[in-house]
Write a protein that binds this ligand. Structure first.
Ligand SMILES: [Zn+2]
Length: 239
């Protein structure tokens, strides 16, 4: 097993691909174990392409999304676990919460990737944010009855929502994902039900890449992903 690991929360089957595919591929390429917890397939709210096909059912949509998402995770070099907690709304019962706490304790991640606090376009994303932060706190509590060693304090990075201005999202960290951009693009292409987003997220990656250079990054940066921190960065010097 890899020494270092990362835990990624994805409300729906594809969220991790658009918003953090570069970060995931980058960590995987450096030998991190990356584990994605996918709360829902997004069968009702984020599968427009699938629902346009004749004779579609909720079970078929879920199968399509599971297959796409599994393929995308494989391309990025990550593991994925599906909770099938429904969407519109996602409902996470006590068993799911317990299972996520056990995931935290088993993995002891170096850091966590999750959704933004706000998203007026999709309340499931806010649910995923809340669940990821709540279970992180439970995992730290010595008295919380779950298997595994209590968690330390892994930093949490929120990935960029689809319409950041409306979600009160501030890019505080710009991650250079140029070396793995082709991998991210391939994983986006595996999301056939949402083909309209491929170009959108390519454009966004370029824009964040330009901003990364403008903010003092290497001139060789072409693509970047933006993140917002939840907790303070701890350091012994300011640089
Ligand atoms: Zn989503």
């Amino acid at each position: 097993m890899a020494d270092k690991s990362v835990l990624v929360f994805s409300a729906h089957a594809a969220d991790f691909v658009w918003r953090a595919g570069g970060a995931i591929a980058l960590c995987a390429s450096r030998g991190y174990r990356v584990r994605i917890l996918c709360l829902s397939f997004g069968e009702r709210g984020e599968s427009q392409g699938a629902w346009k096909q004749p004779g579609m059912t909720i079970e078929k949509v879920k199968e399509i999304r599971r297959a796409e998402s599994t393929r995308a995770a494989e391309i990025l070099g990550a593991e994925i676990r599906f909770f099938d907690s429904g969407d519109y709304p996602i409902v996470t019962g006590p068993e799911t919460i317990q299972a996520i706490v056990e995931e935290y304790r088993a993995l002891q991640p170096e850091f966590v990737l999750s959704h933004s606090f706000k998203d007026p376009y999709n309340p499931d994303h806010e649910t995923a944010n809340r669940v990821s932060l709540e279970t992180r706190v439970y995992s730290q509590a010595l008295g919380y009855p779950a298997a595994g060693k209590p968690l330390n304090a892994p930093p949490v990075f929120l990935f960029e929502p689809h319409q950041p201005e409306q979600c009160e999202f501030k890019p505080q960290v710009l991650l250079d994902v140029t070396p793995v951009w082709e991998i991210k693009h391939k994983s986006m292409e595996s999301m056939e039900a949402q083909g309209h987003l491929w170009q959108y997220y390519t454009d966004l990656g370029k824009r964040r890449g330009t901003q990364a250079v403008r903010n003092g990054g290497s001139k060789n940066i072409q693509y970047a992903e933006a993140f917002q921190r939840v907790y303070p960065q701890v350091t012994s010097e300011l640089s």
